[in-house]
Design a protein around this ligand. Structure first.
Ligand code: ZN
Length: 127
């Protein structure tokens, strides 16, 4: 077994264990040197993020909240498709949006009633 060159021994940037750079035990990248185990973990995380639909920006918490504020119940599918929120948070947010939607509908109906009463009184004055 060949003795490793002293310059090829490096510290892993993640776990701090000594590793042999540019060998089967590790790799040196511009981002740092990684041992075999940490490299495998990083590759696993990278692949999981690439395949996870939840990484998409429109499922991010700030964007979903903004959409809920702007579009109310129409943004609920986005909330339920996102994996960033726990089931409890999804239920609570859905209830809040539902209550606000009902309140806005009641307010709008009262406003329409008021407006039609105003127009009716104007028509009555003209007759
Ligand atoms: Zn490591």
């Amino acid at each position: 077994m060949p003795k490793p060159d002293k310059t090829s021994i490096d510290k892993c940037s993640t776990c701090g264990n000594f590793t042999l750079s540019t060998s089967a035990h590790g790799i040196s990248l511009p981002e740092g040197t990684f041992c075999k185990d940490c490299l495998a973990e990083l590759v696993k995380i990278g692949l999981a993020q690439r395949t996870q639909k939840t990484v998409r920006w429109y499922y991010s918490i700030p964007f979903v909240i903004l959409e809920l504020l702007l579009f109310g119940p129409f943004a609920l599918p986005l909330l339920w498709k996102s994996d960033r929120f726990s089931s409890l948070v999804k239920v609570v947010l859905t209830l809040i949006v539902a209550i606000f939607t009902v309140l806005i509908a009641i307010y709008a109906m009262a406003l329409i009633k008021k407006a039609s009463a105003y127009f009716q009184s104007t028509i009555d004055l003209l007759e």
